[in-house]
Design a binder for this molecule. Structure first.
Ligand SMILES: *[C@@H]1O[C@H](CO)[C@@H](O)[C@H](O)[C@H]1NC(C)=O
Ligand SMILES: *[C@@H]1O[C@H](CO)[C@@H](O)[C@H](O)[C@H]1NC(C)=O
Ligand SMILES: *[C@@H]1O[C@H](CO)[C@@H](O)[C@H](O)[C@H]1NC(C)=O
Ligand SMILES: *[C@@H]1O[C@H](CO)[C@@H](O)[C@H](O)[C@H]1NC(C)=O
Ligand SMILES: *[C@@H]1O[C@H](CO)[C@@H](O)[C@H](O)[C@H]1NC(C)=O
Length: 438
């Protein structure tokens, strides 16, 4: 997130229904599938049988009905020529899938499909899979969007998979982004937005050159993002990889993110967030915040970032909150473990006095409490001497900060490695003297 761009906020309170994830519901069905999967090791034909049985098992929760029309956008008339407008065909496929029951699969076949805004709205009677083999291209005509590009709203049981690409074609409009200059700027369309989505899996796809964020997850829960690739130039404005807000139980795994802003940003109201095996760089790192910009923000709780690598990023692991916070909230229970830094400018940074472009009143007081933050087994190199920066507020010190086996070295000879810490309380274990600042 660039210093001055407002975070996206939408709706007031999450209304997503609480439907528990139980794709394979009966024990008998599980056993049958397991047996078939063992059998599947034997021959390709058997493997196909097992896959089919597994798919059937997953459809438990309603028998699939025959949709009113095709779910393949090419059969609906979309031309993968990169020029014809495929918006109506995608919307039609969504309507057919959403009105059917059981598990339904929308197909975007190989080809380049140009579209404008795709508002894919639920609730649906079905569980929907979007199979993305081709590429979706977001038109450069900003009049074709109201807010976002692909915005999935109020949906349960969604899966997006395949090896296709969601290409925002951001280069066509990045020069219209004014968020680097003005506080109340117009936000360009985000590429893929989940609003009030429960039980979603996004796997294998690539997101390329978004106009604004690549993904925004809002008011959602039980979301898995696995083996996804996100890519935009390091100098493209506000092209955050994945932003999460007011959502819980979101896991990002095995994902590679190279963008012009935060690789992952975790905003207010985020709970039980797991980021594992993520490679980030270039970009601004894995950030919590900014917190406290708006009124009535909710707490951030239980974030684990494990087994990640950050390379050439401006920040590594960061928690930031506004100096003159508009709301009082808590940010608690963070574990950062087994993270490798490669030439990161500020590898570890907590900043309770975040005040970009002097947009806030510099009172020095914070209303965002930062507690229980563990950094364990973090190693590698830093591109500035400040391997660790804990800039906490004197009215509200950071509590329970633990630095355990953190070994980061400044990678040049013109200065020495150091930690710069203020108002941070906790303990250091297994740390070199110059870094043991709590
Ligand atoms: C979502 O999946 C659950 C578990 O399989 C099922 O009970 C529920 O009916 C599904 N919801 C929809 C809208 O298909
Ligand atoms: C969290 O999400 C995962 C994946 O969707 C699901 O398997 C798990 O049951 C969820 N956990 C809770 C506590 O809802
Ligand atoms: C480290 O990062 C800086 C700034 O991003 C860059 O100028 C420099 O070339 C990088 N050094 C190495 C060794 O990659
Ligand atoms: C900087 O990092 C590179 C790669 O890890 C290493 O080869 C080099 O010796 C380091 N330089 C310094 C001054 O630490
Ligand atoms: C070393 O780095 C620190 C922190 O960035 C800076 O304050 C100091 O001036 C630097 N010293 C030299 C000799 O460059």
């Amino acid at each position: 997130m660039c210093p001055s761009a407002p975070r996206l906020r939408r709706g007031t309170h999450p209304t997503a229904r609480d439907i528990s994830m139980a794709f394979i519901s009966s024990a008998a069905m599980k056993a049958a599938v397991a047996a078939l999967l063992v059998f599947a090791a034997v021959s390709p034909a058997a493997r196909a049988v097992a896959a089919e049985a597994e798919a059937k098992a997953k459809a438990v929760g309603g028998a699939p009905s025959v949709p009113a029309g095709s779910l393949d956008i090419a059969q609906l008339g979309a031309k993968g020529d990169g020029k014809s407008d495929s918006t109506p065909m995608v919307l039609k496929a969504w309507k057919h899938a959403c009105e059917a029951t059981g598990q339904q699969k929308i197909v975007i076949p190989k080809g380049n499909y140009l579209t404008g805004a795709l508002d894919l709205v639920g609730p649906c009677k079905s569980s929907i899979i979007i199979r993305l083999d081709g590429n979706l291209l977001g038109t450069g005509d900003l009049n074709a969007y109201k807010r976002n590009w692909i915005e999935i709203q109020n949906v349960d049981n969604l899966s997006i998979n395949g090896h296709g690409t969601i290409d925002g074609q951001g280069a066509l409009v990045w020069n219209k982004n004014e968020c680097q200059r003005s506080y109340n700027c117009k936000i360009l369309p985000n590429s893929l937005v989940l609003d009030f989505v429960t039980n979603a899996q996004i796997r294998g796809i690539t997101l390329l050159n978004s106009k604004f964020f690549h993904m925004n997850i809002f008011g959602s829960k039980n979301v898995v993002i696995d083996k996804v690739t996100i890519k935009a130039p390091g100098n493209s404005p506000n092209t955050d990889g994945i932003h999460i807000g007011d959502s819980s139980n979101v896991t990002i795994s095995g994902t590679t993110i190279a963008v012009g802003d935060d690789c992952v940003s975790i905003g207010p109201g985020s709970k039980t967030i797991r980021v594992k095996g993520v490679k980030c760089g270039p970009g601004h790192g894995i950030s919590v915040g900014s917190l406290g910009r708006y009124k009535d923000e909710k707490d951030v709780e239980d974030v684990k970032v494990t087994g990640c690598t950050l390379a050439g990023t401006t920040n590594g692991l960061r928690i930031k909150s506004y100096e003159d916070s508009k709301s009082s909230l808590k940010a608690t229970k963070f574990l950062y473990q087994d993270v490798t830094m490669d030439n990161v400018s500020y590898p570890i940074i907590i900043d309770q006095k975040y005040c970009p472009n002097n947009i806030c009143v510099k009172s020095g007081a914070s209303k965002v409490a930062v507690n229980d933050v563990v950094f364990k087994n973090i190693h590698g190199t830093s591109n500035t001497p400040e391997a660790i920066t804990l800039n906490c507020a004197n009215n509200l010190p950071c509590q329970g900060v633990q630095l355990i086996n953190v070994d980061i070295k400044y990678n040049r000879s013109d200065n020495k490695t150091m930690s710069v810490c203020k108002n941070a309380i906790g303990k250091s274990i297994g740390m070199a003297k110059e870094l043991a600042c709590v």
